[in-house]
Ligand binder design. Structure first.
Ligand code: 5GP
Ligand code: ZN
Length: 123
């Protein structure tokens, strides 16, 4: 898979700078360069997979790890969902745009974690 020109691969190896907030052996998380809300993070696997459509059953653990990281990040940044709370920013959203019809611009899978604005149907 040719991904020499992939910006997220470059970010993953530190060749392109990002405002990183989390990293482990599988994933990196950094702030979106054009945030649509007060919290807008991108959860990105280090491994290059073009789209969610390309994922196989062997990617189940990776995808689960991405999804389970979202509430932890939300909590860290003050946007955890707390049932019964009347705080203004109570919860967050995760989005994985897939293909042109899904609004995907960068073809290296990433999960948006967005919070702090009243959700609309589109991002
Ligand atoms: P997509 O539309 O593919 O789901 O989202 C790609 C996201 O990556 C966009 O929200 C865009 O702002 C963000 N993005 C594009 N290039 C860069 C970059 O170089 N650095 C960071 N931090 N975000 C980027
Ligand atoms: Zn890549």
């Amino acid at each position: 898979m040719g991904h020499d020109e992939c910006i997220f691969c470059k970010i993953a190896i530190g060749q392109v700078l990002s405002e990183q907030v989390y990293a482990d052996s599988d994933l990196i998380v950094f702030k979106d360069i054009r945030p649509v809300a007060p919290l807008h993070l991108l959860v990105v696997p280090r491994r290059h997979i073009p789209t969610l459509q390309h994922c196989e059953s062997e990617d189940q653990e990776l995808l689960g790890k991405m999804m389970l990281l979202a509430p932890k990040l939300a909590r860290e940044f003050g946007y955890a969902y707390e049932p019964g709370s009347d705080k203004e920013a109570n919860g967050f959203r995760v989005v994985m745009n897939t293909g042109p019809g899904g609004g995907q611009e960068l073809y290296h899978i990433h999960m948006h974690v967005i919070a702090g604005l009243r959700p609309s149907i589109c991002m």
